[in-house]
Design a protein around this ligand. Structure first.
Ligand SMILES: Cc1ncc(COP(=O)(O)O)c(C=O)c1O
Length: 478
């Protein structure tokens, strides 16, 4: 074991030295597994282990069917955004019209989709899923002919609970309620714990779908700044909890949308304990959690939940397909209340999609698919980030996401993201303007860029178009 470890570390060091000496440069292909194994007299498995470590450290990136490549170092990219932690008073949310307008415009299939956070269908296992769908119909043609129960398919809830254990959660299938996507999960969670007029804490910036749910439920929000790498600022959160009566906190501790931030394990525990100290429920949105670039998936905040106060919400939308509309909520002590709300909204989740996903999970194909998907996203994020550094005006800042497939881009002050969105759309490209991600009207000069599609001439041209437009809106005298 110790020898094996030394061997792969030796191989990893060799590659790092070649990069340091400039023998291997950014974008170069690393030696093939076979050739390096021959030259170094180690097994192919040892080289693969070394490359996997280098990939996790951000030195190499794997590209589907092409091998490993030296990553474009972050030093050659645009700098990271800074946190501007301004405290803003609680307020009602009124972002619905802007969000609807941007989403409707982006739905046009002729538009190059740098706006909505959707993975390319080419990366999703829809053929395998279709096979499982056909098989599910052949096994039991009655799927559409009866209710699956409000909590959802018992077999799917068992599969979900089994996977959760791998991530440190002591899940019980009885606590899992299958939902129509994470949007329904978030809606049910907040309806179960809040009444109209209540105050909820959100991260800033936050996923605009959360703002829509909060707006629809007539809640007020107070936003706490999230750091682009480490997530919600816990000191400021503690300050808000001292100053206000808060009904719930909604956060994305792993791969935050839009920042891609992931809180460390200790910070997640502290977040859970801080809220539990005042009996405040944490609604954890973990939609991008399976898409961390690291070798191991970090535990969700739910894994530190002692008192049943964390309501875990997620879905298969980003990993298997948004059209399946299958997600779930683990409600802790609020499970019965959530079930009551679901009974009055969608009553139950469509059975056929649940059956196909259950079979996919049981087959082991999901984990293999996730490994490929994470690699593809990591490459696409790196390429888009490098293109932004080339094409966007000086003074642009870009996040280094821990996973997922979106970049948060802060343009120089004075560039109006809503104008940029309109002009880009007129040229057939969608982007999501920053003001969609906050109830406060902040982030006027930021956009979120979707990297869910494989890098291609079309995507490259679309990034260049947005960059050119941003330059034209940028006046250095500002
Ligand atoms: C963080 C986050 N939560 C929830 C959702 C909604 O997911 P679903 O399509 O499963 O409703 C999304 C989709 O973009 C998301 O990014």
């Amino acid at each position: 074991m110790a020898d094996g470890r030394l061997r792969y570390e030796r191989v990893a060091t060799l590659i790092e030295e070649q990069i340091a000496r400039g023998v291997l440069r950014a974008g170069d292909r690393a030696p093939s597994l076979r050739s390096l194994s021959r030259h170094q007299r180690v097994s192919v498995g040892t080289v693969l282990e070394a490359y996997a470590r280098l990939e996790a450290r951000g030195v190499l990136e794997a590209r589907a069917r092409s091998g490993f490549f030296v990553r474009v170092p972050y030093a050659e990219r645009a700098p990271e955004p800074r946190v501007r932690a301004r405290l803003v008073a609680p307020r009602r949310v009124g972002r619905g019209a802007l969000i609807a307008a941007v989403m409707d415009a982006a739905a046009d299939p002729r538009v190059t989709p740098l706006g909505t956070a959707c993975p390319s269908p080419s990366l999703l296992p829809y053929r395998t899923l279709n096979r499982f769908l056909r098989r599910a119909i052949a096994d039991d043609a009655m799927h559409g002919a009866r209710y699956d129960g409000t909590r959802g398919s018992p077999a799917l809830r068992r599969q979900i609970a089994r996977r959760a254990v791998l991530h440190g959660c002591a899940s019980d299938p009885d606590d899992v309620i299958v939902t129509c996507g994470a949007t329904e999960a978030l809606h049910l969670a907040l309806r179960a714990v809040c009444c109209p007029g209540d105050l909820v804490v959100l991260e800033s910036p936050t996923y605009f779908g959360i703002l829509q749910v909060v707006e629809a439920l007539g809640l007020r929000v107070v936003e706490v700044a999230a750091h682009p790498r480490t997530g919600i600022d816990l000191d400021r959160l503690a300050g808000v909890l001292r100053a206000h009566r808060v009904a719930a906190c909604v956060a994305m501790p792993t791969v935050q949308n839009p920042l891609g931030a992931s809180m460390g394990v200790a910070a997640k525990r502290e977040l859970v304990e801080l809220l539990a100290g005042q009996e405040i429920p944490l609604v954890e949105d973990d939609v991008h959690g399976d898409l961390v670039f690291d070798l191991t998936r970090p535990p969700p905040a739910k894994s530190f939940d002692q008192g049943g106060l964390v309501i875990y919400c997620t879905s298969f939308s980003k990993t298997l397909g948004p059209g399946l509309r299958v997600g779930w909520v683990e409600g802790g002590r609020f499970t019965a209340a959530i079930e009551r709300v679901k009974r009055t909204t969608t009553l139950s989740t469509p059975s056929l999609a649940q059956a196909a996903i259950t079979a996919l999970l049981a087959s082991g194909a999901y984990e293999r698919h996730l490994r490929r998907l994470r690699r593809a996203f990591s490459e696409q994020v790196a390429r888009t980030s490098a293109a932004i550094a080339r094409e966007f005006p000086p003074g642009t800042h870009v996040t280094r996401p821990a996973g997922g497939f979106v970049l948060w881009v802060e343009l120089p002050p004075g560039v109006d993201a809503i104008v940029l969105h309109r002009r880009a759309l007129a040229r057939g490209v969608s982007v999501s303007p920053g003001p969609m991600f906050s109830a406060t009207g902040r982030y006027a000069n930021a956009i979120r860029v979707n990297c869910g599609h494989p890098w291609s001439a079309r995507i490259e041209a679309a990034v260049a178009t947005v960059g050119r437009l941003a330059r034209s809106l940028f006046s250095p005298s500002h």
